[in-house]
Ligand binder design. Structure first.
Ligand SMILES: [Zn+2]
Length: 480
């Protein structure tokens, strides 16, 4: 499993008399950053990508943006905020999005109005349904991390970071084991909402689609602060960027690009009123230019993909038309961008525009659940059907086959590679991959036939030639 987004700190608040440097929560250092008069940003950890909670003192009480997701930490940080602001009249909590490392501490602010997008609750429920799988991951992941730590010399430079990771994993596991559920927002909105806090107004804008379905931006004109949650960052302060590591229109995330762009572009127009952009995790920084470039990227793709589709473009031609390096050179090397993320965004925009979904995704799901030959055939046979229900990406089909292979599920890998070869009969790489799968299930004759086919299509396939030579030399095994 991919590392869970976010998460934080530890048990038992150890407050020293004077606060400051030696203050820790569960062994993790507490950080306090002043963003202005009556505004503090707090978080824990030096190495982990933990959520930062920002608090504003207003005429109508303290408004807090986001929790760390671990109630024991949030309780301690609530105390730190009260001390730093010299008051404890908390009235409002805002969730920038649904992720547990932002909403998981909502119970600590149950005495406040909790404000968030109307899709936050659904996202929180989905995460709840995933609880057992996550616990299973911790059951093996935590002992593995403990063993790794124990094996390292005391002066290993990676120790401090690994220790914090482990502390965080343990805390998150304990949150799940406790069975406590965080309450969802008590006040929700769909597009925009203004919170009147007397001397300070907070403008909330729905920006969902590039991180979760429920992302919002929080603009505080009085202080010139724009908070962008986990949607983006153009500079990382650690080598563990966590949630901020990607800027992607992910499959399965509910997108509303027109609304997202309307709100983002409005905010981008407030350039002269924005003094500081604040990301959802302490270790990300965002410049106005980085923000504007990302807004421009989504606008260019959203308009561009629709125009290209109307002109009869294929998905393959889109990849060429919107090549990351050539079209968005200012972003190609920027945090959150790489060819893979960009490809995922293009595919998702293609899906949103055409209604077509990935055949590779469908095949992977079918084979994964053991749906059988006929179901797989049906997807393969649908290629060329009008209107098209799926799009077919060679690289995805191949990657899914290897995912099965790496998971030790060779028969499933063979099924995936076979579908790949059926869909792309002119692809030498498909037969090369299928050959590898067949070797893994012990079908040497079948593998030889596939490698020969691959070499016939591409005599330059040195891997195929090497494998064939090994087989003929009697050295081939299922482990090849
Ligand atoms: Zn997040």
């Amino acid at each position: 499993m991919k590392k869970l987004c976010g998460l934080l700190v530890g048990l038992a608040m150890v407050l020293t008399a004077a606060g400051a440097a030696a203050e820790t929560v569960a062994g993790l250092p507490v950080h306090v950053q002043k963003l202005g008069e009556g505004i503090v940003r707090v978080w824990v950890g030096d190495h982990i990508s933990s959520t930062a909670t920002t608090a504003f003192a207003t005429q109508k009480g303290i408004l807090v943006v986001d929790t760390t997701g671990i109630p024991v930490v949030d309780r301690a940080l609530r105390g730190v905020i009260a001390r730093e602001l010299g008051r404890d009249d908390f009235t409002t909590l805002v969730n920038t999005h649904e992720h547990g490392d932002h909403t998981g501490g909502n119970a600590v602010y149950a005495d406040c109005e909790i404000v968030g997008h109307e899709l936050v609750a659904a996202g929180m429920n989905e995460a709840l349904a995933d609880r057992d799988r996550v616990l299973q991951w911790y059951a093996t992941g935590i002992p593995e991390a403990e063993a790794r730590l124990a094996a390292l010399p005391a002066d290993d430079p990676s120790l401090p970071s690994l220790r914090e990771d482990l502390a965080l994993d343990r805390l998150n596991r304990d949150v799940l084991l406790s069975g406590e559920h965080a309450p969802p927002p008590t006040r929700t909105f769909a597009d925009r909402l203004t919170l009147d806090m007397g001397d300070t107004t907070f403008e909330l804008y729905y920006t969902g689609g590039m991180h979760t379905a429920s992302d919002i931006a929080v603009f505080v004109p009085r202080h010139g602060i724009l908070m962008t949650g986990d949607t983006m960052s153009d500079r990382w302060l650690t080598d563990t960027p966590g949630c901020l590591a990607s800027f992607i229109a992910r499959p399965g995330v509910r997108h509303d690009f027109p609304k997202l762009l309307k709100n983002w572009e409005y905010l981008a127009q407030q350039k002269d009123r924005i003094r500081l952009l604040v990301t959802g995790h302490w270790n990300g920084e965002l410049s106005y230019d980085g923000f504007a470039a990302r807004v421009g990227y989504v606008r260019a793709l959203w308009d561009g993909v629709q125009a290209e589709v109307a002109r009869g473009a294929t998905l393959e031609s889109l990849f060429a038309t919107f090549a990351l390096d050539a079209r968005f050179p200012e972003l190609a090397q920027s945090p959150g961008f790489n060819r893979n993320n960009h490809a995922m965004t293009l595919m998702e925009l293609w899906t949103v525009t055409t209604g077509q979904t990935s055949a590779a995704d469908r095949l992977f799901a079918l084979i994964d659940e053991g749906a059988g030959e006929a179901a797989v055939r049906e997807v393969v046979a649908s290629r060329g059907a009008e209107p098209a229900r799926y799009f077919f990406m060679e690289g995805q089909l191949n990657a899914y086959g290897y995912r099965f292979l790496q998971a030790g599920r060779a028969p499933q890998a063979v099924a995936m590679f076979r579908a790949y070869a059926d869909l792309f009969p002119e692809s030498w790489n498909a037969y090369d991959s299928l050959g590898e799968g067949l070797l893994a299930v012990g079908d040497t004759d079948g593998a030889v036939a596939m490698y020969e086919k691959s070499l016939a299509l591409n005599p330059e396939n040195t891997n195929g030639r090497d494998v064939l030579a090994r087989i003929r030399g009697g050295g081939a095994t299922a482990a090849q």
